[in-house]
Design a protein around this ligand. Sequence first.
Ligand code: ADP
Ligand code: ZN
Length: 523
Amino acid sequence: MSAAVMEQARDALRRYFGYDSFRSGQERLVSAILDGRDALGVMPTGAGKSICYQLPAVLLDGVSLVVSPLISLMKDQVDALTETGIPATYINSSLSAQETNERLRGMLEGRYKLVYIAPERLESERFVSIVRQVPIPLVAVDEAHCVSQWGHDFRPSYMGIARLLAHIEPRPVMAAFTATATDVVKQDIVDRLRLSRPERVTTGYARDNLALSVVRNADKRDYLERYIRERRGQAGIVYAATRREVESVHSHLRSLGIAAGMYHAGLSEEERDAAQDAFLRDDLQIIVATNAFGMGIDKSNVRFVVHYNMPKNLEAYYQEAGRAGRDGDPGECVLLFSPADTVTQKFFIERSEADEERKKNDYRLLNDMVEYANTSDCLQRAIVRYFGEADAEPCGRCGNCTDERELVDMTEEAQMIFSCVARVRQRFGVTMIAKILRGSNDAKIRQFGFDSLSVYGRMSGRPEKEIAQLIHALIADGYLRLTDSQYPVVQLAEPARGVIEGREQVFRRVEPAIVRRRGRGRS
Ligand code: ADP
Ligand code: ZN
């Protein structure tokens, strides 16, 4: 890359976007693209991905295409570009045939530097014939994880991108961007979009201004009420898993006199727009929503995101939680976790039309999510590790880093659990293990003869729920693992060996009530 071209790029950055310097990552991606190389940028929301393709598009000859599934955002982006003096447009299903034709003609006449399209457009013959007639230096693919079956938002139409590009001569530079991709998803993007030795940039997932926390087994309604009342005047999003839950949380908050709006796909477009606008304008403090809300919402002063239910996987969670604190001021992300949320998510997986392999993958992602909810590790670190950043330091801000509850030696309990898992030959789920240890008088237990195991009733002083919770904690800490299926089975993982053999100890931070019950159980 010549210094002169990069100087030109910096000049354009100042002139069109008003910024003095590139952020880390942006410079490498822009420079690669201008150099004619493919690129893969994995950067969290707000990191500044748009400039990575908008700026090269300004400098390159011809019209660059931006593929994005977010039709609702195209207009805003195009308006913003037009305002800065960059000729751009979008073509999608919201336009009339006449408008579409007009814009296609504009492409032929070289009126635009950037054209935003939804992936479906690539299947239109007319569009393809036009694409073949104009110089296309760059195709930028936004939300590129949609091309991967292993990501959280697979869209079959994304598969058409590589097919179409094979027909364009000369081949444009391909640049793919996403906010969330594990290593498997990254590789899938490279393969399926046929990126050629791309410049890869993955930048910090850690968000220094966010404090993550997980609240387990709370009375969610009470918790939420108190939480919101303590944050009077602060904007917050409350995510719930289903429309029905959104409606019930919403009407509950309303009945308490809290100014909350509601957003889910079952409402009319007018209702949704009204709620969204009121929230953006700060007329509503709170919006209660399903995951339909938020894609591309640019509200920088959201101070907290509460997940009333656990989402289906960590990608989705972090994307939604990450909508807090976009302005850089402190933000809080609270996950209200209850085991029932796992049941809901399993129901969604079972009900979906995905094939078996895909379902298995979804169960695996769900297990990872449940692990997050149960881990005692730094939550920020758990997330960045999930996204492939291995060597993060504890954040010092999250619920686990700041947990001041008593650190208790749970080695004995862990040994009993491991031994129970072994005795049932690693063939049963969390509930059955908990029931056996609790000494439950369950027909199934008698049927299998588990009531004659030596571990039967060894933890009889504890509620079954508490034992189950401890099992989940041991899963989250890597001593046990779950199989990827609808009814996962608990298995021993390597680190359990040291504990079983008495070489290693297990410590957990636990509720004072549990500490007391342990004391009683001993005597
Ligand atoms: P993403 O697409 O990654 O979510 P955006 O491209 O929308 O992020 O950028 C997020 C914010 O950061 C925008 O307000 C943008 O103007 C700002 N931004 C991007 N690049 C820079 C830069 N080099 N210097 C300062 N601000 C920047
Ligand atoms: Zn932490």
